[in-house]
Design a protein around this ligand. Sequence first.
Ligand code: GDD
Ligand code: MN
Length: 372
Amino acid sequence: MKITVIIPTYNEEENIKILVPLLEKKFQLFPDYTFKLLFVDGNSKDGSVEVIKELIKEYKNIELIVEQEKSGLGGAYIKGYKYSIEKLNSDYVVEMDADLQHNPDDFPKLIEKVKEDYDLVIGSRYVKGGSVPKEWALYRKLISYFGSLFARIVLRIFKVKDFTSGFRLTKVRGVLDQIDFSKIKSKGFAYKMDMLVRIYDMKSRIVEVPIAFGLRDRGTSKMEQKNFQDSLKVVLEFAKERNKNFIKFIMVGFGGLFVDATLFNIISLTLEPYYSAIFSGFVAMLFTFLLNNFFSFRERQKNKTSELLVFFLAYALSSLVPIIARGYIIYLFVYEFGDTLIIRNVAFFIGIFLGLIWNYTVYSKIIWKKNV
Ligand code: GDD
Ligand code: MN
C-alpha cells in the first residue's frame, strides 16, 4: 500500500524543519505501508526549497516539485495529485498543511481508516472531539462554522460536517483517478470544497475523524480576502448546477401564473368570471405540465401520448392537494388570529411556500423521477 502525503509550501522554511521529523516518526507506526512525502512548493522566496533539498538527503522518501510560479493552493494540489497518481503510483493521497496547524499527532487517525476501505477520510474540526483554537476570536469561529453550514445547506450535503478542512486522505483508484482536474472550479483554497462535492457525488464512502486544528506559530497565513469570494463563487456554481431543475420549475411556475392571469382577464370579457377562472386555471396547468416535461425535467421527459395523459392526470390531482391545503391554512389562520389583510396574506404565502415544496417533491420524486 503506497500512501503519498502532499504538502504544499509557500515560505514555510522553519515549519518544514520541524514537521518532517515528526511525520517520519508517525510513518514508522505503519510498517506495512510505504509512505512518500511530496512537497509542492510555490517557488518560495525564503529558504523552503533549500531546506527540503537538505531533508531529501537525509530521508529517502521525500520528493519535491517546485512550481515556476505560485499557482494557488488548488493549483499546487492538482500538480501534486497528478504526480502521485502517474509517477508515484499511489494508492492513497493525504493532504496536509506545512505550518503545523495540522498536528502530526492526528495523522495516524486518518491512516487507521485505510484498512476500513473508505474513499475519503476527513480530519474534521466539527465532529465530537474535534476543535478549532480556543484562542480564535468568536467572529472567526462563527465564520468558519457558519461558512461550512451554509455550504452544506445550499448543496444539500449534510453528512459531512467540516467542508473546508485541509487535512484529508483520499483513495486513488475509483475516486481521485476519476476526477477531471481541468474541471475544478478554483485554483485557490476553494478547490477543497470543489473536490469534496465531486467525491460526494460519486456516492463514495466518507468518514470524518476528529482533529484539533492548531494555531500557526511560525510564518504567515496565505489566506486572503479573495479566497472567501472564490469559495462563495464555487458553492453558488455548484448550487446552480445541482438545483437546476428547481430553478426551472420556479420559472415555469411564474410562467403559469402569467398565463393564468392573462387568460382569466381576457376570457372574463365575454364569460362569467367563475367559468373563466376554471378555464384559465386548467390551461395554465396544462401549460406548466408541458413546460415541466419539456424544459424543467427535460432529461427525464415523457414522450408517449398515453404516458403524457396518465401523468397529466396525476399532475392535476397532485396540484389539488396544495390548493385545498392552502384554503384550510387560511381558514385556520383567520379563525385563530382574526380576519385582517396581513393575516390572510401571511397564511396565503405560507400556503404557497408549502405548495412549492409539495409540488416540487411530487414532480421530482414521482412524476419525473430519475430512472436509476
Ligand atoms: N505551493 C503553494 N502555493 N502552497 C501554498 C499556497 C500556494 O499558493 N498557498 C498556501 N500554501 C500552503 C502554505 O504554505 C501551507 O502549508 C498550506 O498551504 C496552508 O496555507 P495557510 O496559509 O496556512 O492556510 P490556512 O491556515 O489559512 O488554511 C487552512 O485551513 C483552512 C480551513 O480553515 C488550510 O488547511 C485550508 O485548506 C483550509 O481550508
Ligand atoms: Mn495555516
